[in-house]
Design a binder for this molecule. Sequence first.
Ligand code: PLP
Length: 451
Amino acid sequence: TLVTNHLPTAELQALDAAHHMHPFTTGDELNAKGARVITRAKGVYLTDSEGNEILDAMAGLWCVNLGYGRPEMGQVAARQMNELPYYNTFFQTTHVPAIALSAELAKLTPAHLNHVFYAGSGSEANDTNLRMVRVYWAEKGQPQKSHVISRKNAYHGSSIGSGSLGGMTYMHAQGGMPIPGIHHIGQPDWWAEGGDHTPEEFGLARAQELEEKILELGAENVAAFIGEPVQGAGGVIVPPSTYWPEIQRICKKYDVLLIADEVICGFGRTGNWFGCETMGITPDIITIAKGLSSGYAPIGGSIVSDEIAEVINACEFNHGYTYSGHPVCAAVAMENLRIMQEEDILSHVHNVAAPALHAALETLGEHPLVGTVNKSGMMASLPLTPHKESRAKFAGEGGAVGYMCREHCFANSLVMRHVGDRMIISPPLVITPEEIEVFTKRATQALDATY
Ligand code: PLP
């Protein structure tokens, strides 16, 4: 049988369950209920095989910043496929899409970040970072300066390297992670862990855990610290204002490189081009992926400082991926950046989308089930709680209430993801106030049904 959109949903689901292994999903879940089959999408709406129009308040996986169905992106991809579908960037070759994108990224990033090493994804880019910071210190005569410090509950990818950098215990429980030489300190999650401290006190204390860890390991052994400006998959944890300046101070004091993982925060998600600008920090490396191409093509990378590039370029860095700087993906990313600038998406976020989303979140925050509103630009989370004032958690298996709420969202034609008992919101940046009204209505219905 030809497998097309025209097959009945049940048949597609059966074939899917029989042959397709899904990330972060059990076969039992697929067999019991079947996966939702998404057939097309336009703007902020997905259409499923039953004809439902679903508002995607997650922009896919935090990536479809421009919204779905922009014809220019497909046209550029088709043109590039016909002109030069593939060539590599190894062994002293290059091509125009990789050159153009690198020069453009150098313009958009903070002044000292001017050099891009490409990957196919955020995971691969963080693997690059892990090796690159170690090679950097080795080339500078300090091969022992190789330990990397990250945070509990961080998400940096799924490969062994990036999953080890990440701090997800349920991932570490499988397949031999974390690898040696990676250490995790606490996260600046005041709402869940701050106790009686003020957010400012707590932010400072959590940042100072970095200093304690550096002193424990010996500064001469610590290569880098990695963190997401706002932790995304950990539950949209917006750090208190005291956190990042203290982290930056400590990194400088001990000559520890600072890696900002901008895979979610980059390209407008927090309201600026990069989350490090929103948090007022100056990293040595930023990781990019997702919003770089608005998810239309798989591409990621590491953008590194002039100083790191000088050291790495002086040796042969024995690292790279067949698809590093893939011409079709690079051309699509370039088109994404062109549209973002031509349509001034950041002004739309600043003047229209973020104010409307924040107002909507304040309304949802009044719901008895919602403990607080965590937000930065166009990413947010609503922790669900049985008791707002005491910031209490639901008893038993964490995440059951969040899961229930996600299911009610689905039933109401809305995608909100749940991380434990937190509902996550990260819509396309182009979302309009009218669409945000639809979001609020559907989200309220889902919260009411969960309550
Ligand atoms: N880093 C962060 C902050 C992420 O959120 C993700 C994915 O969600 C990754 C890295 C991994 O990116 P990818 O899934 O493209 O490998």
